[in-house]
Design a protein around this ligand. Structure first.
Ligand SMILES: Nc1ncnc2c1ncn2[C@@H]1O[C@H](COP(=O)(O)OP(=O)(O)O)[C@@H](O)[C@H]1O
Ligand SMILES: O=C(O)C1=C[C@@H](OP(=O)(O)O)[C@@H](O)[C@H](O)C1
Ligand SMILES: [Mg+2]
Length: 203
């Protein structure tokens, strides 16, 4: 059952997505970009996947913090969310100049300033799709400070995430690959990307 699901996912990828990736692969040398809501595991999985695939790991939040010399909560409280979104846009332009990257994006990045389009040009995008309740559980238990969700109870978080996810899904849904739970483990993701590369680059 699992093998069948995995193989049919790969088959779909080869038929539907590979041609566009093939085109962009010449420009961006197979960068991999993880998108999805806060708590979907972009940073955690991204670090591991980068090391398995031999790619340079970039977490967009970390890079922005380094560039600005402020934490994400400080940027939000001192300069506001609009400024943070502008910094995300600037960073995406910066990433166009780099290659062989595994990028873990901040959850809102693809949903502002039409950046999902840019991300789809820069690399192969993978949406780590999770249900709202599970995201709420993870965000609630996570140590990371997230200005949009901090201070909310678990119940408040669930309804906040359900509401915002409705709007954000339209952007996340444009990813080249929608990764459901079945392929959200490191080995499946690694196999999927490698199968993808074999198809596209003939590796
Ligand atoms: N596959 C997983 N199963 C259970 N918990 C996870 C998983 N991936 C991430 N987490 C936990 O969820 C929280 C958020 O993960 P993180 O990687 O920071 O997500 P994101 O970068 O998408 O916001 C962290 O506490 C992390 O340990
Ligand atoms: O979804 C969002 O708008 C945000 C997600 C965060 O990143 P993670 O998705 O890694 O938590 C971070 O960029 C910021 O707090 C805003
Ligand atoms: Mg993250």
């Amino acid at each position: 059952m699992y093998a069948y699901f995995f193989l049919s996912t790969i088959k779909k990828l080869q038929q539907v997505i590979a041609p566009s990736v093939f085109y962009f692969s010449f420009l961006y040398d197979m960068n991999i970009i993880l998108v999805g809501y806060m708590g979907s595991g972009k940073t955690t999985l991204g670090k591991k996947l980068a090391s398995r695939l031999g790619l340079t790991f970039v977490d967009t939040d970390k890079r922005i913090e380094q560039n600005e010399g402020m934490t994400i909560p400080e940027i939000f409280s001192r300069c506001g969310e609009t400024h943070f979104r502008a910094l995300e846009k600037k960073l995406v332009a910066e990433l166009r100049e780099e290659e062989n990257l595994l990028v873990s994006t901040g959850g809102g990045m693809p949903c502002f300033n039409e950046l999902m389009k840019d991300l789809n040009e820069i690399g192969t995008t993978i949406y780590l799709k999770r249900p709202a309740k599970e995201l709420a559980e993870r965000v609630f238990n996570s140590k990371k400070k997230r200005p949009l969700t901090d201070g909310k109870s678990k119940e408040e978080l669930i309804s906040f995430i359900e509401d915002t996810l409705k709007n954000r899904e339209q952007f996340y849904g444009q990813a080249h690959i929608i990764a459901d739970r079945e392929i959200q483990n490191i080995t499946s993701l690694e196999m999927m990307v490698k199968a993808y590369w074999r198809e596209v680059k003939g590796d």
